[in-house]
Design a protein around this ligand. Structure first.
Ligand code: CIZ
Ligand code: SF4
Length: 306
């Protein structure tokens, strides 16, 4: 058995040999964040993947994120260290849901969250992430378009409230945000730390978002914590993010929600990253023409993204 620093050394050796780059999501384990070349939310990482000139990307995150990177970078190999790293929210939506909705609402624009499979993205008009959802939905709202959005019901309810519109939505949810980030949990942190600024992810329930000072994705939280004059923050999202927040802002205080842990984000370990490089696994393969259609919806998002 190799120890941690031996595994880290081996990873860097194989990375050089393969001209590989490691991308990691903000919810990954601390030791994975430490070996990543780039850290970010799904939008940051999708963009980064498409701009890199390497041959191989090792994607430390969940399946739909690696798939999005592969769709946007057809010239590179994208490896997902643990194939079972899925996202239950992404897996709840099917292409049939969109086809059915389109039949009933032929004039509506269909916006799919990036947390969906390539087959679902292929049927959507445009994709959005937690970082750009409000801007993209507002773009169509300003055009007075009827909007269908899937699959996250909380993000949809928040957008409806913000924009004063009605969206055709689905009952999908992220178990981490919807179940563990409760009004009670946030309120009790607020009572304990009344001066803390509350940042909440739009996948959290509306009654939590109503308590927040800012509703943003994790990339937005990183930027806000770095630039804000506030000294303490309540972080209403998956708690893996606080490792990066604390590391980048050692003088500020961050209070996490104890049970907000995404099991699927934690299955990637140093050993699995080393195995991915050593055995060149698990390469994300795309089916055409699904990939081309999904790419079109993703590119439309990049075009509309602020
Ligand atoms: O878009 C992402 O990366 C998700 C789902 C979480 C986040 O980072 O805001
Ligand atoms: Fe999916 Fe929620 Fe985990 Fe993100 S935190 S990967 S939305 S289950």
């Amino acid at each position: 058995m190799m120890n941690k620093s031996e595994i880290v050394n081996e990873i860097s050796k194989y990375k050089q040999k393969l001209n590989a780059v490691i991308l990691a999501h903000n919810y990954q384990r601390p030791e994975i964040q430490e070996i990543a070349d780039y850290l970010g939310d799904s939008l940051d990482l999708a963009k980064k993947a498409s701009h890199l000139s390497c041959k191989t990307i090792v994607f430390c995150g969940v399946h739909f994120m690696a798939e999005s990177a592969a769709i946007l970078s057809p010239d590179k190999d994208v490896l997902l260290p643990v194939l079972e790293a899925g996202c239950p929210l992404a897996d709840c939506a099917t292409p049939e849901m969109i086809l059915e909705t389109r039949k009933r609402n032929p004039d509506a624009v269909i916006v799919a969250y990036i947390n969906t499979t390539a087959a679902v993205k292929a049927e959507a008009d445009v994709i959005c992430t937690s970082a750009n959802a409000m801007a993209i939905l507002k773009h169509y709202c300003d055009q007075q378009k009827k909007i269908c959005y899937l699959p996250d019901k909380n993000l949809a309810a928040y957008a409806e409230k913000q924009m004063g519109i009605s969206i055709i939505k689905w009952p999908g949810q992220c178990y981490v945000h919807d179940t563990h980030i409760t009004k009670d949990a946030v309120q009790s942190l607020k009572q304990k730390y009344p001066d803390a600024f509350v940042m909440a992810h739009p996948e959290a329930p509306l009654n939590v978002l109503e308590l927040a000072d800012a509703v943003i994705g994790t990339g937005g939280m990183i930027k806000l914590a770095g630039s804000s004059d506030h000294k303490s923050f309540i972080v209403a999202t998956e708690k893996g993010l606080v490792y990066r927040l604390r590391k980048e802002n050692p003088k500020k205080q961050f209070y996490e929600i104890e049970n907000a842990i995404c099991a699927q984000m934690k299955v990637t370990t140093l050993q699995s990253v080393l195995n991915a490089l050593k055995n060149y696994q698990h390469k994300i393969t795309l089916q055409e023409p699904i990939a081309a259609r999904a790419r079109k919806a993703l590119n439309k998002m990049l075009l509309l993204s602020p």
